[in-house]
Write a protein that binds this ligand. Structure first.
Ligand SMILES: [Zn+2]
Length: 130
């Protein structure tokens, strides 16, 4: 899948989001090192702290399927006017760091698309030496 295809898949995942409180539907797809693609969407909750980010859902989907290395993540917030409002939160950036993500694609409602390395979004990300 190329960058545009991944962004489109993330947009489709966003259409399935559960976001009755914020009104910001977010979808994400992650690409495992074997090329398999896993999706997720945000799941909000009346207890806001129990909400799940789309990237978190997609990463969990991949890990529960046996994936241990993710090469790319695409995130789409189809209700954001600007791509500036679609960037992954700090927690999700750290989750991406755990699984070796290299490329992060971000897109929003108007279709603007940006591509970053994870190092750009999370310089000096935490790694536990085991
Ligand atoms: Zn997040």
């Amino acid at each position: 899948m190329n960058t545009s295809d991944l962004a489109e898949s993330a947009r489709k995942a966003a259409e399935r989001a559960y976001a009755p409180y914020s009104g910001f539907r977010v979808g994400s797809v992650v690409v495992a090192d074997d090329g398999a693609v896993y999706s997720g969407s945000n799941v909000e909750n009346a207890a806001f702290g129990s909400a799940i980010c789309a990237e978190e859902a997609a990463i969990s989907h991949a890990v529960a399927s046996g994936v241990r290395r993710i090469v790319a993540v695409a995130v789409a917030c189809i209700d954001a006017d600007s791509v500036d409002g679609a960037y992954p939160c700090g927690n999700c950036r750290q989750l991406m760091n755990e699984f070796g993500v290299e490329k992060v694609i971000v897109t929003a409602g108007a279709g603007e698309l940006r591509e970053h390395t994870l190092d750009e979004l999370l310089p000096f990300g935490f790694k536990l030496e085991t």
